[in-house]
Design a protein around this ligand. Structure first.
Ligand code: SAM
Ligand code: SF4
Length: 326
C-alpha cells in the first residue's frame, strides 16, 4: 500500500497514453494543437504495462486510461485487455470524447473494460462543433446510446459548462438520463491552461438550474465511482447526477490519485509540475525495485492541496490538460 505524506492512500492512476487528440476543445487545446512529443518519447505499450505492473505491486488497483484522446492511439483496446490481466489490477476505465468509440465497443467489452466516461459538452450539433472546433455530435451520441445498450459497464457522461457558451444546457444534458441509464456529471471548469480563459458555472448553480426543471435534488450516498463526484437524484432521471466541484469545493484531503503522462512522467497533482521521470530510468535498465522506490519517494512529496484561485509562484503546472489526462 502507498501512503503519501498526508496519510492518503494512493490506489488510483490516471494514464495519459497519448497527448494527441482528434478534437481541439476550446478550454483544453489550442486551435493548431500542441507540439506533440516525438514518437520515441512516447511510452510504448510494453513500457506502460511494465510501469503499471510496478504500480499495482505498490497497491494501485484502479487505472483510468485517458489522453489526449486514448482512442486515436492504435492498439488501445488490446492494451486495456493486457492491463486487465495484470495481477492486482481491479478496475480499468476509459475516458474518451466518443468520436471513435462506437466501432470499438465490442473489442472494449471483450477486453473487460470496467467503465466508460464519455466527454460531451453540448447536444446542439453546431455548438458541439464550435466548442470542439472539429468534432461531430452524431458519432459521440451514437456511441453513448450503444454503450448504454450493450450495458457491459457503467457509462458516465462528463460535461464542462461555461457561461456564455453552453451554460444553458445543464437540463438538456442531465435530461439524457430520462431515457438512458447514464450518470451525467458536471465538472467545474478548472483554471488550468486554456481553462483560465473561460468562465465556469459553479456546481451549486448547475444544481439550482436542474432543480428548476426536474424538481428537488435528493443527496445520493451510493458510491458510483472512484473520484470526488457528489451525487444527487432528481425526479424522473434514471441515474443520479454527479457534481465534481474541484474549485468551489476542494476535495484534496481525500485525493487518492496520481498521474502518468504519455512520456512517462509521474505527476502528483493537477496543479503542480512536481513529479519525476520514470521512463528514462526504465529505458536505462533500472530494476523494478529501483523504479518502485522512485515512485514511493515521489508519492511522499504529493502536495497537500491545490490552490486554484490563489497565487502560486512555485511549481505551477503550465501544461495543457491534454498532456496530463484531464
Ligand atoms: N480526450 C478525452 C476526453 O475528452 O474525455 C480524455 C482526455 S480529456 C483531457 C479528460 C477530461 O478533462 C474531459 O472530460 C475534459 O472535458 C476535461 N477537461 C479538460 N480541460 C479541463 C479544464 N480546464 N477543467 C475541467 N475539465 C477539463
Ligand atoms: Fe481532446 Fe479531450 Fe482535450 Fe477535448 S478535452 S481537446 S477531446 S483531450
Amino acid at each position: 500500500m502507498m501512503i503519501d505524506g498526508f496519510g492518503r492512500t494512493i490506489d488510483y492512476l490516471r494514464l495519459s497514453i497519448t497527448d494527441r487528440c482528434d478534437l481541439r476543445c476550446l478550454y483544453c487545446m489550442p486551435e493548431h494543437g500542441v507540439e506533440s512529443f516525438s514518437h520515441e518519447k512516447v511510452m510504448r505499450f510494453e513500457e506502460l504495462l511494465q510501469l503499471c505492473r510496478i504500480m499495482s505491486g505498490l497497491g494501485v488497483k484502479k487505472f483510468k486510461v485517458s489522453g489526449g484522446e486514448p482512442l486515436v492511439r492504435r492498439g488501445t483496446p488490446e492494451f486495456i485487455a493486457d492491463l486487465k490481466q495484470l495481477p492486482g489490477v481491479e478496475q480499468v476505465t476509459l475516458t474518451t470524447n466518443g468520436q471513435k468509440l462506437l466501432p470499438l465497443l465490442p473489442q472494449l467489452e471483450e477486453a473487460g473494460l470496467d467503465g466508460i466516461n464519455l466527454s460531451l459538452d453540448s447536444l446542439d450539433p453546431q455548438r458541439y462543433r464550435q466548442m470542439s472546433r472539429r468534432g461531430e455530435l452524431a458519432p459521440a451520441l451514437a456511441a453513448l446510446e450503444a454503450a448504454c445498450e450493450r450495458d457491459f459497464c457503467p457509462v458516465k457522461l462528463n460535461t464542462v459548462l461555461m457561461d456564455g457558451l453552453n451554460g444553458d444546457e445543464a437540463p438538456a444534458l442531465a435530461g439524457l438520463a430520462k431515457r438512458l441509464p447514464v450518470y451525467v456529471r458536471f465538472i467545474e471548469l478548472m483554471p488550468i491552461g486554456l481553462g483560465r480563459e473561460f468562465q465556469p458555472v459553479p456546481g451549486e448553480e448547475v444544481c439550482r438550474r436542474l432543480e428548476a426543471v426536474f424538481g428537488p435534488a435528493e443527496p445520493d450516498s451510493g458510491h458510483w465511482g472512484n473520484g470526488p463526484a457528489v451525487y444527487y437524484r432528481f425526479p424522473g432521471l434514471l441515474r443520479p447526477v454527479g457534481f465534481i466541484d474541484a474549485v468551489s469545493h476542494r476535495f484534496c484531503s481525500s485525493c487518492n490519485r496520481i498521474r502518468l503522462t504519455a512520456e512517462g512522467c509521474l505527476k502528483l497533482c493537477l496543479q503542480y509540475d512536481i513529479g519525476c521521470d520514470l521512463l528514462t530510468p526504465l529505458r536505462q535498465g533500472a530494476s523494478e525495485e529501483e523504479i518502485a522506490q522512485l515512485i514511493r519517494d515521489t508519492v511522499a512529496m504529493k502536495p497537500e492541496r491545490h490552490c486554484f484561485g490563489e497565487e502560486v509562484a512555485e511549481h505551477r503546472e503550465e501544461h495543457t490538460m491534454n498532456a496530463i489526462g484531464g
